[in-house]
Design a protein around this ligand. Sequence first.
Ligand code: TMP
Length: 220
Amino acid sequence: MKLKKGFLITVEGCEGCGKSTQSKLLEQYLRKKGFKVVLTREPGGSVVAEQVRGILLNPKSKLSPVCELMLYESARAQHVEEIIKPNLKKGYIVVCDRFTDSTIAYQGYARKIDIKKIEKLNDIATDSITPDLTIYLDIKPHIGIQKAKSESLKDSFKNGDRIERESISFHNAVRKGFVALAKKFPERIKTVKTNPVIEKTQAAVNTEIDKFLMKKKIYV
Ligand code: TMP
């Protein structure tokens, strides 16, 4: 099925919430329904943005909070221009593993940078593109972080990447941020409690996707 204008669906959550797995499953679910889908991620998703990801996640990088914020936004600006915008224009559904809400939660709530300033930078980096739907996968940080650290070998960082190594109070602040965002934007952000059984979380995500498609009057 070809949409006139695509949709941007973002998947958000704390470390170890299963975003990447659920994003992949969501991509397959939408493809099976006949949509053209692009799966991407932040930070990353384009060649340059993936290079910036390497700097951001490397535990050896010593970054000030503002430098960190700017790097996330730089990676985003390139990713939006190169991947997100053209695919939305072509009528694709873009599924993005993390996006602007992560910056509010991590750099705003956890690093304590002024949220109004971050909102402005998000707006510049995205050229005012906002997600049509956001799935927030809720997990308690002390449970998620163990899982995340064991998986971060995928980015070849033993004992976790630079952000995963932050304190539990940092990760609790991130979660507080996501919960506050979900409360502030109930139409856009749908909370799904993660279940240790992947299929159960997947079913809850799919329910939200079906509701969204119905709301958009897309029957497939
Ligand atoms: P992940 O994609 O494996 O979750 O790793 C990305 C890390 O970057 C994760 O710890 C969350 C963090 N992050 C921010 O701090 N700010 C952002 O704007 C984004 C997109 C991610």
